[in-house]
Design a protein around this ligand. Structure first.
Ligand code: ADP
Ligand code: MG
Length: 207
């Protein structure tokens, strides 16, 4: 079971983690992009953290949609609208809820991923955040179907996201700024997959 207070705690943990990994994310984006992913994300999540006290009076849907809106309006770069859409879509699924179970959580994650795919016209295997998120969702679903609880299932999801993020080093980018590099994007880890991995790790730690 997850309640709204827990969701707020998770968002706060994600904001702190993004801030502390700012340089690392920016370094990764220096290699295959324009070197702003850490700066973009830290700016967005700082705005989120500032808005949280006001948002936390609402239900889960309100919180997550508020987070999404802060990201869309404060993150420059491609990742803002993508993560923003993801949080808003998750918020739509959890509209009006103050408590959810593992299945609701999985549905919200699926909606978040669907939002990124729609907004980014992208799919797994293109060296993006989806290469962390899609395997994570698959692992989560598999474990839940096998009877695992949310914490155990999220543990498997984080492992899958780790592998997926590692895998981005071995593929060529076909979406986003890194796609301009073509073959030269090989050997580099995708910054967006890395920020997604951090978010999933924070969710797991808070459960
Ligand atoms: P920008 O590329 O505009 O500078 P960021 O540096 O903040 O934006 O974010 C880059 C990350 O966004 C990439 O590492 C990748 O994971 C993700 N990304 C870019 N384009 C797409 C897309 N079409 N679909 C999914 N993710 C994408
Ligand atoms: Mg960038």
């Amino acid at each position: 079971m997850l309640d709204t207070a827990k969701i707020v705690e998770i968002i706060r943990a994600i904001a702190a983690r993004i801030e502390s990994e700012k340089d690392c994310l920016t370094q990764l984006d220096n290699e295959i992009g324009d070197g702003d992913h850490g700066i973009n994300m830290a700016r967005g999540f700082k705005a989120v953290a500032e808005k949280l006290p006001e948002l936390s009076g609402g239900d889960m849907g309100t919180v997550l949609k508020g987070v999404g809106m802060q990201l869309v309006s404060n993150v420059g770069g491609a990742s803002g609208p993508l993560y923003g859409t993801a949080f808003m879509k998750a918020g739509n699924v959890l509209n009006g809820k103050d408590e959810i179970g593992a299945q609701d959580f999985a549905q919200a994650l699926a909606a978040a991923i669907g939002g990124i795919e729609m907004r980014g016209k992208s799919t797994e295997g293109e060296k993006t955040m989806l290469d962390a998120l899609c395997p994570a969702y698959k692992a989560l679903e598999e474990k839940l179907a096998a009877g695992a609880d949310l914490k155990a299932a999220m543990g498997a999801a984080v492992e899958a996201a780790q592998k997926g993020t590692e895998y981005t080093k071995t593929i060529v980018a076909t979406k986003g700024r890194a796609s301009y590099l073509g073959e030269r994007s090989l050997g580099h880890q995708d910054p967006g997959a890395t920020s997604s991995l951090y978010m999933l790790q924070e969710i797991y730690k808070c459960l």
